[in-house]
Design a binder for this molecule. Sequence first.
Ligand code: ATP
Length: 283
Amino acid sequence: MSLIEVKGLKKNYGDLQAVRGLDLQIEQGEIFSLLGPNGAGKTTTVEILEGFRTRDSGSVSVLGVDPQIKGHESRIWRNRIGIVLQNSADAGDLSVGETVKHFSNYYSNPLDVQEVIHSVGLDEKQGSLIRNLSGGQRRRLDVALGIIGNPELLFLDEPTTGFDPQARRAFWSLIQQLRSDGTTILLTTHYLDEAQALADRVAVINHGQIVEISTPTELGGRATAQATVQWRDGAQIKLEKTDNPTALVSKLSTHFGGEIPELIVTRPSLEDIYLEMIGNPNE
Ligand code: ATP
């Protein structure tokens, strides 16, 4: 059985059909990324999976449990999941260290507080009050609070918004480390390079429906899309699209007698493919 199983999920807000019959399966140990434009239904879907919103129809199983359960069973289930919301750290008068320690008490099998603070790069801010942290540092604290409970399943909602490039790379390493430790991760992001770097599979959602589920390299036929070969010929930059870049490069190499000046071979980026899939929002 999959770690997350969603079948025929629907959710309306009045007349608005926010989620319109969504099917999804996420396997143990994978990083699965939800991509989609503003208003596509990602947050609605994720919050149903987290047990924060009710559904109108369809079936949902998360770690073998229906997130709509209540009471004791719900608490046992919550102990097994971690959630990084868009802004969870609200205790402005506590220090970073106190906050992480405080949250660790909610869980039966928490990670080591020092290790978690270290892994999100907040060692030096341990004694600082939360209200004195920068935006990116607060975000790192949110991540620390999401993982302190040593979750089997981690929900990450736009986790790197406001991070500087170095902090993003450090965060990606942390997420890859969690995955190799066996954590399953559902990542919602608007950064296509982040999905490319982290996700085993991505789902593109638009208008409350899945457009496609695939690996980042294969989405929308990306792996077999035409390559663009670019090189310099004298004063000119030449460009050619081809299904057989190797043959073209080989021909050029013979032509130039070895090194091809300023050679670049590219295929459409995940962002190119994604934008093509979701179409023009004004159409
Ligand atoms: P974003 O990328 O902007 O976070 P999203 O894909 O997460 O977007 P949702 O937040 O799930 O999208 O919203 C889906 C649709 O449902 C939107 O049109 C939104 O306006 C609407 N919606 C979301 N929550 C509510 C609500 N509580 N009441 C009414 N409409 C809502």
